[in-house]
Design a binder for this molecule. Structure first.
Ligand SMILES: O=P(O)(O)OC[C@H]1O[C@H](OP(=O)(O)OP(=O)(O)O)[C@H](O)[C@@H]1O
Ligand SMILES: O=c1cc[nH]c(=O)[nH]1
Ligand SMILES: [Mg+2]
Length: 212
């Protein structure tokens, strides 16, 4: 797995406000979207394109356009939904599929409770969105799900990652070729005894959508 930390001052600035416990839900949602748009710039560096002939008012020239099939964006519900608009803004022609996953607060085991994805993802370029990579269980299961359906080029995007989760994913996804790319806004210090990222930002789903 290839790991890119998008260390840009604007990203660090917005992450600081996102982490702040005084930030309310509407502001948190706006910041998550804006951060995704900034991370998307890095995450789409290898988006598939092909040559495209056009004529400017002055001369013919060869540009590029996104190749077909268009990329698939997969937010992991709930919290990944908070990043979707920020990604779609940069890739408006992409398709969107959904994976619903929930982590047991006690055991940290992952349950997949919903999926709405094309049956056949052979050769598809896929972007998986989840703001938090903690133990890596949710992202690892999501990526395995996509690989099992044939996806061959996967980029995972998160806002914050824990070193423990990155190490777990590195080991679990070592055989995937081409390697999965992980783009993150930050690698934080550690996980605490409850599986929360430190310093982190708390429960991303709850801060976006409320406690359920
Ligand atoms: O790396 P992991 O240890 O798997 O933890 C990260 C997952 O935990 C949170 O989801 P949660 O289960 O709280 O669901 P939610 O998004 O609906 O709140 C978060 O949004 C990630 O999906
Ligand atoms: O810190 C964490 C870890 C998992 N899920 C979250 O929302 N936050
Ligand atoms: Mg949650």
């Amino acid at each position: 797995m290839r790991v890119h930390v998008a260390d840009h001052p604007l990203i660090a600035h917005k992450l600081t406000y996102l982490r702040d416990k005084r930030t309310d839900s509407p502001t948190f949602r706006r910041l998550a979207e804006e951060l995704m748009t900034l991370l998307a710039y890095e995450a789409t560096r290898e988006v598939r394109v092909e040559p495209f002939e056009i004529e400017t008012p002055v001369a013919p020239t060869t540009g590029i356009k996104l190749s077909n099939p268009k990329p698939l964006i997969v937010p992991i519900l709930r919290a990944g939904l908070g990043m979707l608009e920020g990604m779609v803004r940069l890739l408006p022609s992409a398709e969107v599929g959904f994976l619903g996953m929930q982590r047991d607060e006690e055991t940290l085991a992952i349950t997949t409770y919903a999926s709405r994805l094309p049956e056949d993802l052979t050769g598809r370029q896929v972007y998986v969105l989840d703001p938090m990579l903690a133990t890596g269980g949710s992202m690892g299961d999501a990526i395995q799900f996509l690989v099992d359906r044939g996806a061959s080029n996967i980029t995972a995007v998160c806002l914050l990652a824990a070193p423990e989760g990155i190490a777990t994913l590195q080991a679990r996804l070592a055989d995937i070729d081409p390697p999965v790319t992980l783009v993150t806004g930050s690698i934080d210090e550690k996980l605490n005894e409850h599986g929360y990222i430190v310093p982190g930002l708390g429960d991303a789903g709850d801060r976006l959508y409320g406690v359920v």
